[in-house]
Design a protein around this ligand. Structure first.
Ligand code: F6P
Length: 363
């Protein structure tokens, strides 16, 4: 690699709380090393079209500083650079165009902050472009191989917990069951992790595919067991991952029609949706954002490309931070596919853990 004067940074795919903290950390770390930082607006769309903004500025003494007015960034949700799900980037011609745009703008390296689709794009770009590309995993879904946590997951889990606590207050007041749908695309991680912490009574996961009748049988049994007879629970909380195909509203209707004999027991469905993607990042998300950013800037300085920095990864090369590894994007892609098709050891372990506590959840 030639001289390292300018790094570009972009955020792509679904925004995740902590993306801004990662960008802020990149700006400060790079500025301290006299490397300029350019922000790419709206993810790969901005990279193709060359829509950039300066994130560092030159000082009279020859040093660099973050652009004025960005110091509020680290504590905010969303992504101030903007994001997109860029269909054009699937086309090799547009990836070649993005590479040319980077050369024209004097960009010596690129940091991509995003989920598995965005990091797949980073891999394809790195394969055809001589500008080094390093990824930082950020997605509330936690479906990225080669990192135990992605930026945004902890904040999303805390938001789900708060929502479940609030719903439990009102559920207990009326002896109700709530079916709470949480995001996660094809991954049930958010549902699984929040179910235990929110003391849910049941959890529905895409990693354990069942037909609708099986699900209804289980939930009907749960409701009868919980509200009938001596147990007389006041609240039942069912967490459903969005990757489970039956729509949540339909599930609630069909379940209600099965328990008409349980007088006064009502079921309410709620889809938390994008609510869990916003909000101020937690300490954990800000902390991993900073440390992953450091790993990414170091990787770029070492001339590495086509890699991602992972948090507490079981694969990849160690770095000076014991929690941060450098993972080849090809290995990330292989592990991501295994996470989602259930063949990964990580998915097996997660399912094993939830199976162990499931009987306890329903008590
Ligand atoms: O990947 C993050 C995520 O929030 C998924 O959990 C969800 O399925 C999807 O994005 C929603 O995408 P959009 O914001 O484009 O509706």
């Amino acid at each position: 690699m030639g001289s390292l004067d300018t790094i570009a940074v972009l955020t792509s795919g679904g925004d995740a709380p902590g993306m801004n903290a990662a960008v802020w950390a990149v700006i400060k770390l790079a500025a301290a090393r006299k490397i300029r930082v350019i922000g790419v607006e709206r993810g790969y769309d901005g990279l193709i079209d060359g829509v950039f903004q300066d994130l560092t500025r030159d000082l009279a003494d020859g040093s660099l500083a973050p652009e004025i007015g960005l110091d509020w960034l680290a504590g905010t949700g969303g992504t101030f650079l903007g994001s997109s799900r860029c269909i054009r980037f699937l086309d090799p011609a547009h990836r070649a165009g993005a590479c040319a745009t980077m050369h024209d703008a004097g960009i010596d390296a690129l940091i991509v902050i995003g989920g598995n689709g965005s990091l797949t794009g980073a891999h394809h770009l790195a394969s055809v472009c001589d500008v080094p590309v390093v990824g930082i995993p950020a997605s509330i879904d936690n479906d990225i191989g080669g990192t135990t946590d992605a930026i945004g997951v902890d904040t999303a889990l805390n938001t789900i917990l708060e929502a479940c606590d609030r719903l439990s207050d009102t559920a207990r007041s009326h002896q109700r069951a709530f079916i709470v749908e949480v995001m996660g695309r094809r991954s049930g991680y958010l549902a699984m992790a929040s179910a235990v912490a929110a003391t849910a009574d049941a959890v529905l996961l895409p990693e354990r595919p069942r037909d609708e009748t099986e699900i209804l049988d289980e939930l009907e049994g749960l409701l009868r067991h919980s509200f009938d007879g001596g147990r007389s629970k006041r609240r039942v909380l069912i967490i459903k991952a969005e990757g489970v195909p039956t729509p949540t509203l339909l599930l609630a209707e069909r379940l209600q029609s099965r328990i008409l004999d349980l007088e006064d027991v009502t079921i309410r469905p709620i889809v938390l949706g994008h609510l869990i993607r916003g909000g101020h990042p937690t300490f954990h998300d800000r902390m991993i954002a900073g440390r992953l950013a450091l790993g990414a800037v170091n990787a770029i300085e070492h001339g590495t490309t086509d890699v991602m920095v992972g948090w507490q990864s079981t694969i990849g090369e160690p770095t000076s931070d014991p929690n941060v590894s450098v993972v080849a994007l090809t290995d990330m892609l292989t592990e991501t596919a295994a996470l989602l098709d259930g063949t990964s050891e990580v998915t097996r372990m997660r399912l094993h853990l939830i199976q162990q506590v499931e009987g306890v959840l329903a008590l």
